[in-house]
Design a protein around this ligand. Structure first.
Ligand SMILES: Cc1ncc(COP(=O)(O)O)c(C=O)c1O
Length: 372
């Protein structure tokens, strides 16, 4: 059996670098090298100037793992494995899952979160949110999906693509149930730190439970997708050993320059996160205004965190057709729900980029010209 194409990544491979206005990106406006070096502390600049370009420590640069562990309460540098974010998903899924296992995943989802499990022949159940309740994920729905073969629960909050999240008490319940039933909790926290109200920020799963795994990285909230730096963090020594061993078959170690740039970024994290939250907040307000002008055309449920939202196109036109037409006529890239294999007539908007207002004006012109 071959692994199925990653629809969303194939879509971006085709359109991301040709469409003039990307209005569905999930990262924040990428930092430039000059901006990052400008924020860097003296010690890392010195390391940068003298950096050797040999293999690096397989687990990740010691100083990088120290900075990463500062993002957590109960994680030491020894409990962090540096990987590219997408690589972390592959490493974790292949290590954790065995024949006959059942997996539950928040859905719609970034495809690798469930597709690797399916490729491995594992049964996958989808934990769906309720759109009419603001994309709320009901924990009772999750509990009803658990069976004696459930080995892994995969969650992703803030959620790509809806921007939804859950309450702290629901996360605590999930961690408790998973721990009690010997289920691994895998929490994709790529959009953590981009909650618009800090009170909505969930604790990291790896801090909450000894058997949970958190995936995070610099691509989204930290505006550094090009570094390809992310990590897996867990207190579970057995799982960790498996992850580290599997990485020997993927990349062995990370890129030396990227690791150092990542150290600089994490040392300047408050500045970077403030910049990104301001950008996302201002863009989101503009989007609220746009969707409020057209309630008959779009059903918009405001996200709680992250850089993306998942409005639904009302009426007869298919969202895939709408997205293709907007791209053709106005050069604006929107991501149809079909890229998630999701049946609803939704599409993804992204609001982490600096030119979002310009892209939105193009979309507004499209709406006025062709939909009114
Ligand atoms: C939820 C989620 N997890 C993981 C990833 C993978 O991140 P990266 O593309 O930096 O490998 C993405 C990227 O879009 C994502 O949205």
């Amino acid at each position: 059996m071959k692994i199925k194409p990653f629809k969303l990544e194939r879509f971006f491979a085709e359109h991301e670098f040709t469409a003039p206005f990307n209005m569905c990106a999930s990262d924040c406006e990428p930092l430039t090298m000059a901006e990052l070096l400008d924020m860097a502390d003296k010690a890392s600049l010195k390391l940068w100037a003298n950096l050797g370009l040999g293999y690096t420590e397989p687990q990740g640069h010691r100083l990088l793992r120290e900075e990463i562990s500062r993002l957590y309460k109960n994680i030491s540098p020894e409990q962090v494995l540096v990987t590219a974010p997408e690589e972390g998903i592959l490493v974790a899924m292949t290590t954790i899952l065995e024949r006959g296992d059942h997996v539950i995943v928040t859905y719609p989802a970034y495809q690798s979160l469930f597709e690797i499990a399916r490729f491995l022949g594992r049964e996958v159940s989808e934990w769906l949110p309720r759109e009419h309740k603001g994309w709320s994920f009901d924990i009772n729905d999750l509990v009803s999906l658990i069976n004696p073969r459930t080995k892994l629960i995969i969650i992703n909050f803030p959620h790509n693509p809806t921007g939804a999240t859950i309450t702290r008490s629901d996360l605590a319940k999930i961690a408790e149930i998973a721990g009690r039933k010997d289920i691994v909790l895998f929490s994709d926290e790529m959009y953590r730190f981009l909650e618009y109200d800090e009170r909505d920020r969930l604790p990291a799963a790896c801090d909450m439970s000894r058997t949970a795994v958190s995936l995070s990285g610099l691509s989204k909230s930290f505006a550094l997708a090009g570094l390809r730096i992310g990590w897996l963090a867990t207190q579970d020594g057995g799982l960790f050993k498996g992850f580290a061993g599997y990485k020997d078959y993927t990349t062995i170690c990370s890129s030396a320059p990227s690791e150092l740039l990542a150290i600089m970024a994490l040392r300047a994290r408050d500045r970077i996160l403030k910049r990104n939250l301001e950008l996302v907040g201002a863009n989101l307000e503009r989007l609220d205004g746009f969707f409020a002008e057209h309630p008959d055309l779009f059903d918009w449920r405001r996200p709680k965190g992250g850089t993306v939202g998942f409005p639904r196109l009302q009426g007869e036109t298919k969202s895939s057709q709408f997205c293709a037409d907007v791209r053709e006529k106005k050069g604006v890239l929107l991501l149809p729900a079909e890229a998630y294999g999701f049946e609803g007539n939704n599409f993804r908007v992204g609001f982490g980029r600096r030119n979002m207002p310009e892209a939105m004006e193009k979309l507004r012109a499209y709406v006025n010209q062709y939909m009114r």
